[in-house]
Write a protein that binds this ligand. Structure first.
Ligand SMILES: Nc1nc2c(c(=O)[nH]1)N[C@H]1C(S)=C(S)[C@@H](COP(=O)(O)O)O[C@H]1N2
Ligand SMILES: [Mo]
Length: 355
């Protein structure tokens, strides 16, 4: 938390003890012993086995985890070695300006930071969480922890630290469009993609977004009733107050989409047997979800109930034809206020006395 005891904008607390995992689930399968190396623009490239790493001076830090999908976890205790220590041993050369962390994972997942920031933020090469070895799903045996950045800057299964003269965008930052600075206090979640205005206008007129990449699209207050957005990439899309009744979002990526005050009555986010949508971090406050079908939708960090009384929108509307199954509700478990709001409304609606 910062000095004023505030949470970063549009973030909500995860329940104590809850730590959802995000992204890849496991490292690349390999029989080779785990090593961590420092390479690139350094005087002395180094490699450490896990035992050698563990033998270096360790520190313990309480770190706030800020997930880009709108949940945070305060004061998570990590133990490890400071990046600064490893770099002092490898000695960056003149001209070293960026650092890229590369994972031992199927897609060689990576993320980067300006060297100066990585050091100033006291990046940790961590192997323990709350006194226990890191779980594999959370990046064990060794991951980086970058305080004060969205958590996608904290790499799981660290294998290689590359010191570079020029930046090399990481997996989420390159193409997928996550913000390369990622400061949660500035809400640097995504960069705006380059959508061609004429094309967007045409798609809106035809109400057909299916299969398109329309991240960050601006559709506030639009009449888009009956929209076909099947399998569309609509992360961070703006649908505030739009009419989206009877629309189809099956298979769409709606993470961090803005649905405040939108009409979503009879919209489908799911279909029997077919992939449902990803709505992690989406904002449904004030949205009309009567008769909407949200079965199996991933809702980590999504909000249905306003995070603060200052928010201009009240809670989302449901009726007894709204379909949210247990699988979808359970994805809200990390944010108990949201979960209990949804459960509460649904049980009221399905209570015979309210009919
Ligand atoms: N190797 C690797 N590291 C990764 C990712 C990934 O997919 N692969 N995802 C990132 C993202 S987006 C987040 S939010 C955090 C999630 O860490 P957790 O699963 O321990 O919560 O890891 C980051 N580091
Ligand atoms: Mo993330």
């Amino acid at each position: 938390m910062n000095k004023s005891n505030q949470l970063p904008p549009n973030q909500q607390l995860a329940a104590p003890g809850k730590w959802p995992f995000v992204g890849e689930r496991e490292p690349r399968k390999s029989d080779a012993a785990w090593i961590v190396s420092v390479e690139g623009l350094v005087e002395e490239p180094r490699t450490w086995t896990l035992d050698e790493l563990l033998a270096l001076p360790q520190v313990e830090r309480a770190v706030d985890i800020h997930c880009v999908t709108r949940w945070l976890k305060l004061g998570a205790r990590f133990r490890g070695v400071l990046l600064k220590m490893l770099l002092e041993l490898a000695r960056p050369k003149l001209g070293a300006a960026y650092i890229s962390f590369v994972a031992r994972s199927e897609r060689d997942h990576s993320t980067s930071l300006p060297l100066e920031d990585a050091l100033a933020l006291e990046t940790l090469v961590a192997f323990e969480y709350e006194g226990e070895p890191l779980d594999v799903t959370h990046g064990g045996p060794v991951r980086t922890i970058v305080p004060d950045r969205y958590f996608y800057k904290s790499l799981k299964w660290l294998e290689r630290i590359e010191v570079l003269a020029e930046d090399r965008l990481g997996y989420w930052e390159n193409g997928i469009g996550y913000h390369n600075v990622a400061d949660p206090w500035q809400e640097q979640r995504f960069i705006a993609p380059n959508l061609k205005l004429a094309e967007v206008r045409d798609l809106m007129e035809r109400r057909d977004f299916s299969g398109r990449d329309l991240r960050g699209i601006q559709c506030e207050k639009r009449d888009l009733a009956g929209l076909n957005a099947r399998d569309a990439a609509l992360r961070d899309a703006h649908f505030e107050r739009a009419d989206l009744s009877e629309s189809c979002f099956v298979g769409a990526n709606l993470s961090n989409a803005h649905f405040q005050g939108a009409k979503l009555c009879s919209s489908k986010f799911a279909e029997d047997g077919k992939s449902s949508a990803d709505a992690e971090g989406a904002n449904f406050c004030g949205a009309d979800l009567r008769a909407a079908d949200l079965r199996g939708v991933s809702l980590f960090g999504a909000t249905f109930f306003p995070l603060s009384p200052r928010e201009p929108w009240g809670p989302a509307f449901f009726d007894k034809w709204t379909r949210i199954d247990e699988a979808a509700i359970q994805t809200l478990a990390a944010t108990p206020e949201q979960e209990s709001y949804v459960r509460g409304v649904l049980s009221l609606l399905h209570d015979d006395r309210s009919e």
